[in-house]
Design a protein around this ligand. Structure first.
Ligand code: ZN
Length: 442
């Protein structure tokens, strides 16, 4: 498979803009863990990649959980005496408590206030709130708006359905040369919020589209699922194939200008953990690493003890740690095309390592083979990276005893896997090195 360095420059340089535009397109849609908005989002993803859309009926059991009723909204507002919509779902879908039950009627200001959610510390912003598993109606508004409500009575309308239907998720499978899989999972249940997680949807779609055209070692599975319940439902329906998942990442919050953050898998030392850390350490940029915790996105489900999959999460600023998180300020102004393309290049480098992390045998292991007579020593004159590449040759020859992968050698030497792979190819061309599995097969 081609390395990210071989990805068409145009493709990569346009990737940030492409992802940003996709976020822009999906931003107005009112999504939730079920319903038409989520279906519409999946249909739009399906215009770019072939995804299978699954419908799982309400009431279906998934381990300890049950697929909830389906939620759809036609309209929602609070009107004052003059008939003006003082809170209007049409202006922002965040105004409606996500999964609010239908409601109609005139209520006192006091009662209305019991159903309003605000952010007193960020008085201009609308909070994002959900009530999936407890029946309630409500509106989310800025503190300023809530304080401006002074009339004794308001007319409330939540024209919504909460009834038996189904939960919808999308799955894109890209077969590779082996049935061993790499999993990318993103949540698709948030309404008009950009970083969390339209950025994840856009990046995952881009990756799926890109890998369609590649001849890769691994098969790739991309999941577009409602958070928590979607991942649980998927796991409950696919227990037979999870043993094929060799590596995985949960994709979220990849568009903000903060530095990259990697949250390790529950295992902590899985190959995916090591591959991501190698990419971050050799990136030359700042980053943060977090140990696994049983809180966060769907890695919670993939890393539950009954599965314990090697799935980490590569984000930028972690959830809850940027002021715009779960508010109306997580909008098109927060995400940036440069951040999206930077995140994407990290994901592509991780994929490149996973794809190329082979183990080799030095075919001349007794003392160093003579590189000079093969034209391999000091052949790299004028190349500013000559020293690094020569060191890569020496490291590979020394460590290639069938027990150390390129990632092992990269970790020990500080050289990038990309450079090591290039030099391994050169050594193979000169008959000094062979892939371990091929040596064993002889
Ligand atoms: Zn969220």
């Amino acid at each position: 498979m081609n390395s990210p360095g071989h990805v068409g420059d145009l493709l990569l340089s346009n990737s940030g803009i492409w992802m940003y535009r996709f976020i822009e397109e999906l931003y107005p849609i009112c999504r939730s863990i079920t319903g038409e908005g989520t279906r519409e989002t999946l249909r739009r993803i399906a215009l770019h990649v072939p995804i299978e859309i699954h419908e799982v009926p309400s009431g279906t059991k998934a381990f300890d959980w049950t697929v909830p009723k389906e939620w759809n909204v036609r309209d929602a507002y609070v009107r004052n005496k003059a008939g003006d919509r003082v809170i209007d779902f049409r202006k922002s879908n965040l105004h409606l408590l996500n999964y609010s039950i239908p409601f109609r009627g005139k209520v006192s200001l006091e009662t209305l206030r019991e159903h309003l959610f605000t952010l007193p510390g960020q008085s201009e912003l609308i909070p994002y709130r959900t009530s999936y598993y407890k029946e309630n109606w409500g509106f989310c508004v800025s503190q300023c708006l809530a304080e401006a409500l002074q009339e004794p009575e308001y007319d409330v309308c939540i024209d919504a359905d909460l009834k038996d239907g189904s939960l919808t998720y999308g799955e894109c499978f890209v077969p590779g040369n082996t049935d061993q899989e790499v999993l990318f999972s993103c949540h698709i249940c948030h309404p008009s919020l950009c970083n969390d997680n339209l950025s994840g949807i856009a990046l995952t779609t881009w990756l799926a589209r890109y890998l369609q055209k590649k001849n890769s070692r691994f098969s790739y599975r991309f999941l577009f699922v409602p958070g928590t319940i979607g991942a649980i439902v998927w796991l409950s329906r696919n227990e037979d194939l999870v043993s094929k998942i060799r590596h995985g990442l949960v994709v979220a919050c990849v568009g903000d200008p903060g530095k990259p953050t990697y949250k390790k898998s529950r295992r902590g030392d899985a190959e995916i953990d090591r591959a991501v850390l190698h990419v971050l350490r050799t990136s030359g940029s700042q980053f943060t690493v977090r140990e696994f915790t049983p809180y966060g996105y769907d890695e919670r489900q993939y890393c539950s003890p009954g599965f314990d999959l090697p799935v980490g999460s590569l984000t930028r600023t972690p959830h809850g740690e940027y002021p715009e998180y779960h508010t109306s300020a997580d909008n098109l102004g927060l995400v940036r095309s440069e951040s999206l393309s930077d995140s994407l290049s990290l994901y592509l480098e991780v994929i490149d390592i996973l794809e190329s992390n082979s183990t080799y045998m030095n075919l001349y292991p007794k003392c160093e083979p003579q590189l000079g007579k093969r034209g391999l020593y000091r052949i790299l004159g004028g190349d500013p990276n000559a020293g690094e590449r020569e060191m890569a040759l020496l490291w590979i020859l020394n460590m290639s005893d069938g027990k150390h992968s390129l990632l092992d050698i990269g970790e020990r030497s500080g050289l990038t896997v990309g450079c090591l792979r290039e030099m391994a190819d050169l050594l193979m061309e000169h008959g000094l090195l062979a892939k371990s599995d091929l040596v064993r097969a002889r």
